[in-house]
Design a protein around this ligand. Sequence first.
Ligand code: AMP
Length: 413
Amino acid sequence: MNYNPKQICQDGGDDNIVLDPDAGTPAAHPPALTDVSLEPLSEPTGELNDLTDAVDSFDDMGLKEDLLRGIYSYGFESPSLIQQQSIRPLASGQYDLIAQAQSGTGKTAAFCTGVLQSIDTTIHACQAIILSPTRELAKQSAAVGEALGRYMNASVLACVGGASMREQASALRRGIHLVIGTPGRILDLITRGIMPVECINVLVLDEADQMLVDGDRGFRDAVYDVLKELPRSVKIGLFSATLPPEALELASEWMPNPLKDKLPTLLDLYDQLSITQAVIFCNFKRKVEWLAKELNDHDFTCSSIHSDLSQEERTEVIDRFRSGATRVLIATDVLARGIDVQQVNLVINYDLPAGPGGTANYIHRVGRSGRFGRKGSAINLLAGTQDVAALRVIEQYYATAIDELPRDLSLLA
Ligand code: AMP
């Protein structure tokens, strides 16, 4: 992963690490715990409201009927992983997004669908741009966008070099909703005043690594120049097979709070940490089950525990964890206090504790690791401004600073 290293150790020996750049300043004495609550957090009733949660059905993504029709008539039945993770954040128009995606994973349909959902077809102006590194790729993506958007009457135009500028100009004058093209041509159309930019609210960079690293300097400059022409409020979706420094540089300059999917981060952590035993916390039963399935599907063995399990099932899960037969346990808060396993040396907050009593739950959670004077660590996965705000509240309450995950994870051991 690419995070800037910075870390503090608290008095108790627990290291709290977050994936966020600006940790606060530690104060002298933590206040007493006053809001301890044993209330479980309530389950969400409708759709999952955390945009970073994967949604494994197109029907449950809150997409427009006409767009759904386009998706199904294109022959897609269920979303690929990258589609599960990135369509809703892009469609929301509220977040910048960094998605690591190779060719062949369904990323074209992912960003086309997300962008099409964000478009208002009653407005006859370009509302989104997708930049591609090659003419061929731009044309292919435009064909996908056109097919997916055909029932919602979305007009999609491929704008690539080598094609007639005049034709592109007259199409743009008629009102095109989504433009997919190469950086040079798009920049040309914008700077000549042919393509108005006022209504553009989303920019997607496809194969960002190719455009920023592999391409020549002019290519890279064109991407930056396009960005400079767009409204400051534009949301950026950066799709890249790798995340080289150039992509992160662009991200840090243009994307103040990119929404990162937490699952790949967690998988990366598994690869890098020598975990003795770990507890991963989620806020809801459904999320616990989902995460357990995802990890097991990725060949990371884990077990899960929440209040829907019978007493016997819970006892069995805990016994297996205590004996070391399972090393990773995914749990809700309900059971945090009952887990007393000396070997737990890592707590991961997949979700930060929330709701009434959330602040107190934080200590109960991180207290699962490093018991009896052993050293333990807690890692908080943050994705978006809400998470950062919630972490600030915890920091303030406990008058401490929670620092960024060190690049060298052996520092945690
Ligand atoms: P891409 O990664 O965009 O190059 O897509 C790779 C291939 O996967 C293309 O042939 C797509 O048509 C196909 N594809 C993308 N999404 C889906 C889906 N949800 N279901 C089935 N096929 C898909």
